[in-house]
Design a binder for this molecule. Sequence first.
Ligand code: DGT
Ligand code: MG
Ligand code: MG
Ligand code: MG
Ligand code: MG
Length: 259
Amino acid sequence: MANSKYEYVKKFEVDDKLPPHNWIVLRIDGCHFHRFAADHMFEKPNDENALNLMNICAVSMLEHFPDVVFAYGVSDEYSFILKETTELYQRRASKILSLSVSYFTSVYVMKWKDFFPHKELREPPSFDGRVICYPRANIVRDYLAWRQVDCHINNQYNTCFWMLVKSGKTEREAQESLKGTLSKDKNELLFQHFSVNYDKLPAMFRKGSCVYVDKVEETVKLDYSGNPVKRLRKKVTVGHFDIISPKFWNEHPYILEEE
Ligand code: DGT
Ligand code: MG
Ligand code: MG
Ligand code: MG
Ligand code: MG
């Protein structure tokens, strides 16, 4: 088709391609989820259904965008790691960001009733998003460690805070009694006052959630002498691991393998 005199407007568009040979981290976060959680009466400090809904959205993301090699979620946020060689949307930041945030949000709405069959979705959820490039896999690991440390600090604080409030303290009193306390003081408080062993709380609350492609062995058929014929199958899996220490990464070296 012939160019119209209006074609020149295209020249105003800026190139937003992310640099090559960088891991791309995409982090999305629920907008005003403090209010959203209150409006939907999420359990405090952790609502298992709400977290599982976030996890299902992340699973869907890995299935929909195969270049996402790992995802880590806590509270109302999820981080997605795209492999360094990805050519998804020619690495255009706005495309990657807008399509993944809108896809995640749509799945959140679609799957809501599976997790909250008796709760109406009262307002449209929305998520903000950002992309960050990291040139080395070890920095991506440090990024993930940063998010998991955050998960731990917040969860330990919130667990104490809501235990104190549920036991009769006002929110201000609970805040006052936690001021200046160290991690071990909080564990002690939970144990002494509420007989709660922090380490025994659900791993999803303490560690957050990891979503990745696992290689699982599967029996496809039996051979003529009745022996199972096995095959490695890729399966998107959710787990709640320590991703700060090397164990998980040593066991799954292919996830952040550099080319
Ligand atoms: P933002 O992100 O600046 O739009 O504001 P918020 O309100 O989303 O704040 P953010 O992202 O820093 O903190 C997440 C909020 O979501 C926090 O206020 C507690 C709430 N939230 C997340 N997960 C749960 C949950 O499982 N239960 C409850 N009760 N609240 C949750
Ligand atoms: Mg935020
Ligand atoms: Mg938020
Ligand atoms: Mg958040
Ligand atoms: Mg189009």
